[in-house]
Design a protein around this ligand. Sequence first.
Ligand code: HEM
Length: 169
Amino acid sequence: MKLSRPARRALLVLHLVSAGAWIGIDVMVAVLVLTGRFAADVALRSLAYRALAAFVTLPMLVSGLVCLATGVVLGLGTKWGLVRYWWVAVKLVLNVVLCALILVVLQPGMDEVGAYGEDLLTGNPPAGRVSDLFFPPAVSLTCLTFATVLSVAKPWGRRQRTPRPAKAA
Ligand code: HEM
């Protein structure tokens, strides 16, 4: 499959917008987690945790999946291939792992985060229930920044060299 020029451009725009949205959502998650942990005002802390629980995982998952789908089509429809070059193959693995972590680790804990936010308003919530919330934005932002650097630098070349056809005698 070879993409036409306009199709490639349109997909690349969508790819960049979804990757940018994903990074932006991660920054917002980091801000909410820090607000929930360190703000002086208990009402604001509660709001931050409830906003995290209510709004974050779906847009994050959608932008991750759009980034994955457009990346896969761009890979298949251009000279880059899906696993032909290391920089694309590594991004593929990172994208799949990050989307799986959203579904398997982040989403299932969100009810508890929302409940913690509500408990903050009513009394003393048990300690430690949300203490590991720093990891998701830290891990995700590190991986997405690395993926962006890979996309721009395109390092490490091809995964395997295709053997040249033998010359006719
Ligand atoms: C992990 C999140 C990802 C981020 C942050 C990201 C970021 C980017 C960026 C910034 C570019 C533009 C590079 C340039 O034009 O110089 C790009 C291009 C590209 N990306 Fe991704 N990407 C991600 C995931 C993926 C995935 C999963 C694939 C495929 C398996 C992929 C395949 C590609 C390809 C093939 C291009 C080149 C498109 C072209 O030049 O026509 N990307 N990506």
